[in-house]
Design a protein around this ligand. Structure first.
Ligand SMILES: Cc1cc2nc3c(=O)[nH]c(=O)nc-3n(C[C@H](O)[C@H](O)[C@H](O)COP(=O)(O)O)c2cc1C
Length: 199
């Protein structure tokens, strides 16, 4: 049974566009989206998109182009918030994009902020945890950390856009990744057709 609640983490890896486009879809698909932003995520979004969420006066329209009242920004330092506990039921967590620093902290049980704590909770409660790393090349430490996460039950969904759909715009290319993230948390998405399936 789904709860209609999704936790979304955004870190300071490159690919703020993935977070932006995923959040718009997630807000339409889920009743509530609990959002955690790292400080670096904001700096990277400003660098890449020229717009970034303002943590102090949070408004989704500035950053996502539309208002979504069901996106709730959580304080990354506040452990007195529902998804910090396994007792709060939700449908899982997506970290998009996910820095290798955050991958390393989760893989090593360093639950020192709300992002890593919520990921820890997903793994211990056997809930979906979808990690969207963006880095290249991967060193051995990164590969080992990603393997540890996969062994612990996470889905590793790298931000590797697909070209076989012949995307025309950068946004279409980004959506090849966003579509797969949506599918991985059980959303019937319309961004990308299924391979060899007519609409
Ligand atoms: C413009 C920019 C792009 C970055 N891209 C990446 C990246 O693609 N992958 C990555 O792991 N870190 C990247 N970093 C470094 C992370 O932001 C840095 O490791 C940070 O400590 C991550 O912290 P967080 O996981 O708490 O957001 C980038 C930093 C900047 C300023």
């Amino acid at each position: 049974m789904t709860t209609g609640k999704l936790v979304v983490g955004v870190t300071g890896a490159s690919g703020a566009v993935y977070a932006q486009r995923f959040l718009r879809q997630a807000a339409r698909a889920f009743e509530d989206v609990y959002l955690i932003l790292s400080t670096n995520a904001i700096d990277v979004a400003m660098t890449e998109l020229g717009v970034a969420p303002n943590k102090k006066a949070f408004r989704t329209d500035e950053w996502l182009g539309e208002s979504y009242a069901n996106i709730h920004l959580l304080d990354d330092k506040d452990f007195f918030t529902p998804p910090a506990s396994g007792s709060f039921r939700h449908d899982g967590m997506v970290i998009v994009p996910c820095s290798m620093g955050t991958v390393g902290r989760i893989a090593n049980g360093v639950s020192d902020n709300l992002m890593t704590r919520c990921a820890d909770v997903c793994l211990k409660e056997k809930r979906p945890l979808v990690v969207v790393p963006r880095e290249m090349p991967w060193n051995l430490i990164m590969l080992r950390n990603l393997t540890t996460l996969a062994e612990a039950g996470a889905t590793i969904l790298p931000a590797c856009p697909a070209w076989y759909t012949k995307p025309k715009l950068l946004e279409d290319l980004a959506d090849t990744v966003v579509a797969r993230i949506l599918q991985s948390v059980g959303v019937e998405q319309k961004l990308q057709a299924q391979w060899m399936v007519e609409d």
